[in-house]
Ligand binder design. Structure first.
Ligand SMILES: C[S@@+](CC[C@H](N)C(=O)[O-])C[C@H]1O[C@@H](n2cnc3c(N)ncnc32)[C@H](O)[C@@H]1O
Length: 432
């Protein structure tokens, strides 16, 4: 397919996502099934365009003075991909399989610099209803912080130190993929393949390193959240919302397989992949506590934990680089639901702490209501808990330097702009 034909396909898929309010992955899959002539390179390029257009939906459409797939793709290519009006006109040629020539209004808008004077929510590509929440956290930096959420995310890996040295694992992966990973300075075990337009993401999951459990796919922010949890060899640790076990595996590596981790999730289907992942990674200090109807499967852990990790269900605003369609689907009602769940989980987590035990709370959200406000509420309701600030968290081994995170009174925030990660909040309370 020509570059112009790929853009025409991206416009079609984008409009399908918008019209039917469906996940981007489903719309792309359907397009692929209906256009079997398109090769894998074409499908990937179309997918990249669609995801990029979703990340920059507001700013791109605004720059092109319209809305919908045509305006958004035209604005994306002119402004964000740097091709300018002439570059877009060459692609929107109306020739076979290319998009039809630009409407006069789009051409006129692209001839101006409409973004410079646009409101922060347009420049930063986020929904208006979150303006106050985001400004409360980022202040004047809101548009810049959120613009970083509109960039494509790298592929981050964690070298599994239970199976080898990070340097040796990086070298092996470089050989298998014919491309050396970067080594982000913020975590000793982190490996990274940057997202470069036009360069396909390496197929890590088919490498021997991956199949043998030498590497896990995990955003650097998630890796750092596990480091900041501060699990030490020999401790008793409850991973209360373990899901597929991303943080469980990182905790086990930090503990060098010593001590005990109990991995639980209220949803047994979410927990299901953890069995294979633990085996592949050579983890031996995890007991999986699968929920059973009517049973308290964690009753014996009451008052016995050095560390309880609550990696809470959240709105996922921190993952908008990877899930840009979720950014536009999020509604106040779902935020309210997550807030209720988080409060209930936090309240329920306290019973497991032994005196001196730490409750570490993690979300992949940047919204204050889901983060600091939850911990302030819990600390006020439970005088036996002391709320630690961000500085205390950063004093631990392997923590990122203070100037790379946004310190908060109740913990700290990582963001794409500051930390080069997804958005993550980490806070900690200690039982007196
Ligand atoms: C952010 S995800 C966990 C991700 C996981 N820790 C990881 O690192 O891969 C949040 C998880 O919380 C679980 N969850 C929701 N409500 C819960 C509850 N009341 N108790 C325990 N887990 C819960 C969800 O099923 C979901 O798997």
């Amino acid at each position: 397919m020509t570059p112009a034909a790929r853009i025409a396909a991206a416009i079609e898929v984008f409009d399908d996502i918008e019209a039917r309010r469906r996940p981007a992955a489903d719309a792309l899959k359907d397009w692929g099934l209906a256009h079997r002539f398109a090769g894998s390179k074409d499908r990937r390029a179309i997918g990249d365009l669609v995801y990029d257009a979703l990340r920059r939906k507001r700013s791109a459409a605004h720059a092109a003075g319209g809305e919908g797939g045509r305006a958004t793709l035209a604005g994306l290519i002119a402004v964000h991909h740097g091709l300018g009006l002439a570059g877009v006109e060459a692609l929107f040629s109306g020739e076979r399989f290319a998009p039809a020539p630009l409407e006069a209004e789009i051409r006129a808008a692209l001839g101006e610099d409409r973004l410079a004077a646009a409101p922060a929510a347009v420049r930063g590509d986020y929904p208006d209803w979150l303006e106050a929440d985001l400004a409360a956290v980022f202040g004047d930096g809101t548009a810049a912080e959120m613009a970083a959420f509109a960039q494509a995310a790298p592929l981050d890996l964690r070298a599994n130190t239970l199976k080898g040295e990070a340097d040796a694992i990086a070298a092996r992966l470089a050989e298998e993929l014919g491309r050396a990973p970067e080594r982000p300075e913020l975590a000793a075990a982190a490996l990274r393949y940057g997202a470069e337009r036009g360069t396909p993401e390496p197929h890590v999951v088919s490498t021997e390193s991956y199949l043998k459990g030498l590497v896990e796919i995990q955003d650097l922010g998630s890796q750092l959240a596990a480091v900041l949890a501060g699990a030490r060899p020999g401790e008793q640790v409850l991973d209360l919302c373990a899901g597929g076990g991303g943080k469980t595996l990182a905790l086990a590596a930090a503990m060098d397989n010593r001590g005990q981790i109990y991995a639980h999730d209220s949803d047994r289907r979410r927990l299901a992949p953890i069995h294979d992942r633990l085996a592949r990674a050579g983890v031996r200090n995890v007991q999986i506590r699968t929920p059973r109807p009517g049973a308290d499967v964690l009753a014996d852990l009451e008052g016995a934990m050095d560390l309880v990790l609550v990696d809470a269900p959240c709105t996922g605003t921190g993952t908008w680089r990877r899930n840009p369609d979720a950014k536009w689907r999020l509604r106040p009602g779902s935020l309210a639901e997550r807030l209720k769940e988080q409060a209930a989980i936090l309240d329920g987590a306290v019973r497991f702490l032994k005196p001196g035990g730490r409750l570490v709370y993690v979300t992949c959200s940047v919204l204050e209501a889901e983060n600091g406000a939850q911990l302030r509420r819990l600390a006020a309701a439970r005088p036996e808990l002391a709320l630690d600030d961000g500085a205390a968290l950063l004093a631990g081994d392997g923590a990122p330097p203070a100037d790379r995170v946004l310190p908060r009174p109740e913990g700290l925030l990582m963001t794409p702009r500051r930390t080069g990660t997804d958005g993550f909040f980490v806070g900690r309370l200690t039982r007196r």
